[in-house]
Design a protein around this ligand. Structure first.
Ligand SMILES: Cc1ncc(COP(=O)(O)O)c(C=O)c1O
Length: 253
């Protein structure tokens, strides 16, 4: 639509580069949509484990942005040591080793999400590798995070306002490919202790925010299946009777 109406598209792939796509180029690569993305921003932090960032686009567009950006003249450039590390990380994540890491990562995300759901934690419905656990109270959110690190040594990020709207406070859990199932089991067990000590409820409605349209809690697996390009068959499995269900449309496309 953007291109039809003469607009540029800008996509922030900071949370996706290194983690999705055949060569780790992000969701755009996974979805075969890179040609529709005029400017992509990425970070050399997060998946690439370094610091710094970049934009990708046509050389003219990049040159225009660089020329107008305040950082071009007045900021020290990233040191070669950092860039060497980042370049190596990009190489690794574009390789077969990277593909294996991504597969392990997705496997761990699936496992951890499932374990949390089994224990009755209010896991929010999202196909992301970042697993949100809704708390809805900033004080409790911080308390859970503090106790997890202080009592058990687990780093669990609390997300409060202004990152999320008030009332939407949550934990964001992000397993790595290197976490073992034993580690994740331990984390879930310790989270349960903290949760219960703070007298927070468990075992509420399973995944209350699934597809707002058809209410099917199946999206996680189906979205992951898109990575393997088996989407067409997924839509049939979802078996939703509601016409134009966006969830069905999403997996079918
Ligand atoms: C969506 C998004 N874009 C950009 C950034 C900035 O990333 P960096 O500080 O690594 O450049 C972040 C950081 O968390 C982010 O979440």
């Amino acid at each position: 639509i953007a291109h039809e109406y003469g607009a540029l598209t800008f996509v922030d792939e900071v949370h996706a580069v290194g983690l999705y796509g055949e060569h780790g180029a992000g969701i755009g690569e996974r979805e075969g949509q890179l040609h529709n993305m005029d400017i992509i921003s990425g970070t050399l932090g997060k998946a690439f484990g370094n610091v710094g960032g970049y934009i990708a686009g046509t050389s003219l567009l990049v040159d225009m942005i660089r020329s107008y950006a305040a950082g071009f003249i007045f900021t020290t450039s990233l040191p070669p040591t950092v860039l060497c590390g980042a370049l190596k990380a990009v190489d690794i994540l574009a390789s077969e080793e990277g593909r294996q890491l991504r597969a392990r990562h997705q496997d761990n995300v699936r496992y951890l999400r499932q374990r949390l759901q089994e224990e009755g934690f209010p896991v929010e419905h999202t196909p992301s590798h970042i697993i949100p656990v809704k708390i809805g109270n900033p004080l409790q959110c911080t308390q859970v995070s503090d106790q997890m690190i202080q009592r058990f040594g687990h780093y669990v990020q609390a997300i409060n306002y202004p990152t999320v709207a008030r009332g939407e406070e949550k934990l964001r859990l992000a397993p790595t490919p290197h976490h073992t199932r034993a580690m994740m089991d331990e984390m879930v067990r310790d989270l349960k202790v903290v949760w219960q000590d703070l007298k927070m409820p468990l075992g509420g409605k399973h995944c209350p925010e699934e597809c707002t349209y058809c209410r099917k809690p199946l999206l996680f697996d189906r979205f992951e299946a898109r990575t393997n390009a088996t989407a067409a068959s997924c839509a049939r499995e979802l078996n939703c009777q509601i016409p134009n269900c966006p969830q069905i449309a999403a997996v079918a496309n």
